[in-house]
Design a protein around this ligand. Sequence first.
Ligand code: IMP
Length: 421
Amino acid sequence: MSVTVLVGAQWGDEGKGKVSCYLARHADLVARFSGGNNAGHTVVIEGKEFKLQLIPSGVFYPDKLVLLGSGMVIDPAGLLDEMEKLQKGGHPCANVRISALAHLVLPYHREIDKIQEQSRGKFSLGTTQKGVGPAYSDKSERIGIRVGDLLDEKRFLERLQFNVEVKKNRFQGLNGHVDVKAIAGSYQEYAKRLKPLIVDTSKLIHDAIAKGKSVLCEGAQGMMLDLDFGTYPYVTSSVTTAGGVTTGLGIPPAAVTDVYAIVKAYTTRVGQGVFPTEDTGSIGQFLQEKGHEFGTVTGRVRRCGWMDGMVLNYGKLINGYTGLVITKLDVLSGLDEVKICEAYRAGGETLTDFPIDSAVFQNSAPVYRTFPGWKEDISNARKMSDLPKTCRAYLSFIEEYTKVPIKYVSVGADRDAMIAA
Ligand code: IMP
């Protein structure tokens, strides 16, 4: 029996989808525990590209159960669209199940997301405008509508009518944008199509654990976007840390056997917020272009910079990483030197612990350790010994600095462009 959790160790977009797709072959069940279609990842299988936003990457293995957990917020239109594209690409999605307890994203959530972003002015967060934040707000306000509510037409309509009244009173800009009848009609249509997939996903997971099976839990976004432990308020609205498997899948904490940090070999961030190792010069541009750093969901250019060891060690404390998976290492090939931030300088002091005070973090400057780069193309490397010596020295330092072993290294977009350490 194993329960392995995959956590993005930075600000998201670390390549969790690809890693999950690679590791899913050894799992019996793959479950996602948080977020909605604000997330997005690209998986390349034998040269064919698939874009996923809600469905875990286990979907490519028809013999694995693939679950959208209760901690998620689900836009049914987005989900059905994703399923259709997968089906057209030869993946029937017959193995997908959705938690009845997950919350629904409704069309007015997207409108509210836009209105809220505009009203935040200089405090805007740069959200993906997918309505994810407003859907989670409804959940905490205890007026959310859940996936299971789709199965009871009367209950769904009552909740929808109540919800829309609340929203119209609160957001003047909404008037005219919400048509209850049209929403009810389209959601009943979605309900018909999704009904066979709506289940108690926790029970499926508990049964799998009881039978000694392997469960892979796929996180969304990254550690630093976590609602509690991330760079608040420039965060997403859900739990992105390993704790999300208990709150978002109903897995008891003691059942977790491994927590893998998915770490991009450099750092990227989309949306607003402090990013100490950001490089707005030629290195940032090199990483952005070579790493194709555009948001999968919004198409926004991702901000880029060196790896931040302070962020990794902070994430280790919160998540208890038992292994690291380094991704996009091939992107660093060609640089004369590569750097890792190993401390911050703030207020005349050197910090080696991550500052949770946002004012200190805001004024933190990176202290770098520099390594010689490598020029070789490493995308065909399939074992550690295939990597140049300088590249291995960079990886060894990451292990030494975090005191967490590297388990896998990804050297290309394809699912199989992976080295098991
Ligand atoms: P929201 O999740 O759409 O509310 O956006 C809040 C913040 O999280 C913004 O800075 C987004 O750019 C960021 N964000 C949300 N989802 C992702 C993701 O999958 N990758 C990277 N950043 C994300």
